[in-house]
Write a protein that binds this ligand. Sequence first.
Ligand code: CP3
Length: 318
Amino acid sequence: MRQAGRYLPEYRALRQKHSLLELCHRPELAAQVTLQPVERLGVDAAILFADILLPFEPLGLGLTFTAVEGPQITRPIREAAQVFELPPVDPATDLAYVLDAVRATVPALPPPVPLIGFAGAPFTLASYAIEGGGTRNFVLTKRFMYAEPVAWHELMRRLAELVGSYLAAQARAGAAALQLFDSWVGCLSPADYATYVFPHSQRALQLASEPGVPVIHFGTDTATLLGDFARAGGDVIGVDWRIPLDVAWERIGPGHAIQGNLDPAALLAPRADLEQRVRDILTRAAGRPGHIFNLGHGVLPETPLEAVQAVVEWVHGG
Ligand code: CP3
C-alpha cells in the first residue's frame, strides 16, 4: 500500500518535476509511476497510481495537495444545501484520464502481474469533503452526520453511486482487481457504522461488482466493526495491525479472503525484529488459501527501501 510513494527514490525524482496532481492527470506518467515498485520490488500486484480524492475535482469541491498538510479541499461541504447542489459526475468522461491510465498501464505490466484499480469509500470521502482535509477527531463530519441525517444520507448515496460506477469503469478499462479504501471508518462506533455507513458501502460494492474482478474492501481500526464491514461486501477484507490476522479472519468468517496486516512502522525496526513480525503474520495465516500479504496501511515516507525489499523476499519464501 502506497508502494509507489516518497520512500522510493525514482518516485521522488519524478515528483521533483511534476506535482502529485500532474502525475495523476497524465496517463503516461501515472503508468510510469505504477510500474516503479513492480520493477524495484518484484511485488505480485501493481496498484494504479491515482488518489481517492480525484473525484472532488469534477464535484467542484476544489483539490490541492500541500507538502506539510496533505490534501486540502478548498470548498468543503458545511451546509446541508450544498449536498443537493453537487453536480452529477460521470466517471467515463469526468475521470477519463484515470481510465486512460489503466489502459496505458495494463499492457506495460510484466505478465502475470495484475493491476488493482481503486476508489475511496463513501465515508472516507465524505469525511474529507466535510472537514476540508485530514482530521483527528472527525468533529465536523460527525456533527453533520448527527445534525443533518437527510443531507448526510443524500451525500453518501451520491458518493456510493459515483465510486461504484467509477470502480466498475476501471474494471472495464482493464483492472484485474479493485480496492475500496475506507481508511478512516474506524473512528465510528459499530452502531454508527451500521446506521450511517453500511448501506452506502454495500451499494458502492454492489455497483463495483464485475464478473471475474475481485474486490478488496479495506479499512483501518476496524477490529470492532469487522462483522458488518465484511457483510457490506468485498471478496477480500483488508485489515490493519491493531488486530492479529487470525483473530480478524475469525471475525470476518471463512467466506472471505483477507489482506494484511504488517504495521508500516515495523519497516523502521531492526531487521531481525521486522523479520519476526513478518513471520508471525505468515504463521497466523497458516498457509490457508486466501491470504494476501500486505501492510496494514501505507508505506511511510521514512521507510528504508531495503526493508521493503527484504519483506518481499521473506514473503516469497526467502
Ligand atoms: O502505490 C500507491 O498506493 C499509490 C497510489 C495511491 C495514492 N493515494 C497516491 C498518493 C493510493 C492507493 C492512494 C489512496 C489514498 N489517498 C487514500 C487511501 C489509502 C490510505 O492511505 O488510507 C487516502 C486516504 C488518500 C488521501 C491522501 N493522498 C492523503 C491523506 C495524502 C497525504 C499523505 C502523505 O503521506 O503525505 C495523499 C497524497 C498522496 N497520494 C501521496 C501518494 C503517493 C504522497 C504524497 C506525494 O507524493 O506528494
